[in-house]
Design a protein around this ligand. Structure first.
Ligand code: GDG
Length: 476
């Protein structure tokens, strides 16, 4: 049997023989450890030499080959910062107003994917299976097919797939759909995402269903399904319930009887942070009985700091946090703690357990792992309350959370008030219902079902390929 080859934009390289990877990376690493395999992608470094000259470095650790490379500045700018993060990310999160499209970026995006196929091809064997992750790598399957690679190629989209009207607003949308159909398996987070993809495809071209889950378009056959990503609830429970570091114990004492509200995510406009700050302000305004008795801590480490839209939202949050604290704070009480910092993962899980309410209110989110981690970190005898946006993929599964519309600050404020007043027995019931889902749809299940389906696509007739040796042109 061949090996599993995972391809993602970034590779989480092992450090000092020990991996520092977070939840998703751990799930991928487990699969690689089980079956042996390779993880291929960018090492996170920008190199001085040109992309074409850059070599792949292979590092072997615990039976896994980490095949990684640097990008040059031009490739990083066009492929990563511009097309991936200033076109695809905002558009797929319904923020067409933030799309900054340039044709050079699209060409750079395609060129880097072709470069990745050039580098990956010599590392592949005929009986390998290849699992490609996320929106940076839409063109990769087509590029690999043009290198005569016939292995099962699977693609999982971690972010939402938007409605046809939104997707069709992206220049090159038709070309991207065609590129996606070179994969044998296309996986989405939710049924809604899957349906949005199929509707978009059906509008663009002749789409035929050939058997349950299998489709045909552009002369190629592929499977389409949804695979909600999960977490490892037991490992999170263990971390969260372990002893508190001394610094944390002091914070716990300091909190006293105050109710603690937590929110944590990368600083990203899709996560609905400014809207959430305003919802918190609405709570203080309309439910004055909570003033002085609650504390909202927002953890938001910087991400993609070089992209303009991310700098703008950072400034906005700094201003808003200061304004709200200035308006409602007293000499002895600060309502909002805004921490633009990265926290250690283990510490984060303990903080989740210590807090009474989690605010997870993205404007759009593929899944949202923080929502799931928060629930798993709770004490089952005295759990906190999850307030969850209806626009997070997780809302399909965690229906016992308090589901809110993040655009309606009155709705979010009312949910916080409801959570602050919720009886212990209701909190326990809701928590039990959510834990049932989390224990079923774990990250292992997500990975195993995807990989099983990818192996099963082996019976699909291979795509029509050019003869070996015939030169092919990869057109953006
Ligand atoms: C994409 C999709 C989808 C956050 N702050 C810190 C920290 N985190 C960790 C969380 C969680 C992870 O980062 C974030 O995962 P999310 O799912 O919430 O969001 P994205 O980063 O946008 O992920 C998303 C996901 O892919 C998986 O498919 O669910 O929809 O957008 O694990 O705990 N970790 C540490 N310090 C922090 O300050 N250590």
């Amino acid at each position: 049997m061949g090996q599993l080859v995972v391809v993602s934009n970034r590779v989480a390289l092992p450090e000092n023989g020990k991996s520092s990877a977070g939840g998703l990376a751990v799930g991928i690493l487990d699969a690689l450890k089980e079956n042996g395999g390779m993880w291929f992608g960018w090492n996170g470094e920008i190199s001085e030499i040109s992309g074409e000259e850059e070599k792949v470095t292979i590092l072997r650790d615990q039976g896994i080959d980490y095949a990684s490379f640097s990008l040059d500045q031009n490739d990083y700018d066009l492929y990563y910062s511009q097309f991936s993060n200033a076109v695809l990310w905002p558009a797929f999160h319904y923020r067409l107003d933030l799309v900054d499209y340039q044709r050079t970026a699209w060409r750079g995006y395609c060129r880097v994917n072709l470069l990745l196929a050039d580098r990956l091809t010599p590392l592949l064997s005929e009986d390998d299976i290849v699992w490609v992750h996320d929106y940076h790598l839409i063109p990769l399957a087509e590029a690999l097919r043009q290198h005569n690679q016939r292995q099962p190629l699977g693609f999982f989209l971690h972010i939402p797939f938007p409605s046809p009207e939104v997707f069709n607003s992206i220049p090159n949308h038709a070309r991207m759909l065609e590129m996606l159909c070179h994969y044998d398996l296309l996986g989405f987070q939710t049924e809604t995402d899957k349906q949005a993809f199929l509707s978009t495809l059906a509008q663009e071209t002749c789409l035929r269903q050939t058997e349950a889950g299998y489709y045909n378009a552009y002369g190629r056959s592929f499977k389409v399904s949804h695979y909600p990503i999960g977490i490892e609830p037991e490992s999170i429970r263990q971390i969260a319930s372990g002893p508190l570091p001394p610094k944390m114990a002091a914070i716990k004492d300091e909190l006293g009887d105050a109710k603690n509200i937590i929110a944590c995510e990368r600083l990203d406009y899709s996560k609905g942070l400014p809207e959430r700050f305003l919802a918190f302000e609405a709570l203080l305004e309309h439910y004055p009985q909570h003033r002085g008795h609650i504390r909202y801590t927002q953890i938001a480490p910087t991400s993609r700091g070089e992209v303009q839209a991310y700098q703008t939202i950072r400034h906005k949050l700094e201003t808003e946090a200061g304004r709200i604290n200035g308006k409602y704070g007293t000499l002895s009480w600060t309502p909002l703690y805004y921490l633009n910092q990265h926290f250690d993962r283990r510490l984060l899980m303990k903080i989740f357990r210590l807090t009474d309410i989690a605010l997870v209110t993205p404007l759009r989110d593929g899944m949202n792992l923080v929502a799931k981690e928060y629930v798993a970190a709770q004490d089952p005898e005295d759990p906190g309350v999850l307030i969850l946006s209806r626009f997070a993929g997780a809302a399909d599964e965690l229906t016992s959370a308090l589901i809110v519309n993040p655009y309606d600050r009155g709705d979010v404020a009312a949910a916080i008030n409801q959570a602050l007043n919720m009886s212990r027995s209701e909190r326990i019931t809701r928590h039990q219902q959510m834990m049932k889902v989390l224990k079923w749809q774990t990250i292992d299940r997500w990975r195993d079902t995807f990989l099983q389906d990818l192996r099963d696509t082996g019976h699909i007739a291979p795509a029509v390929l050019p003869d070996k040796g015939q030169s092919t042109v990869f057109l953006p």
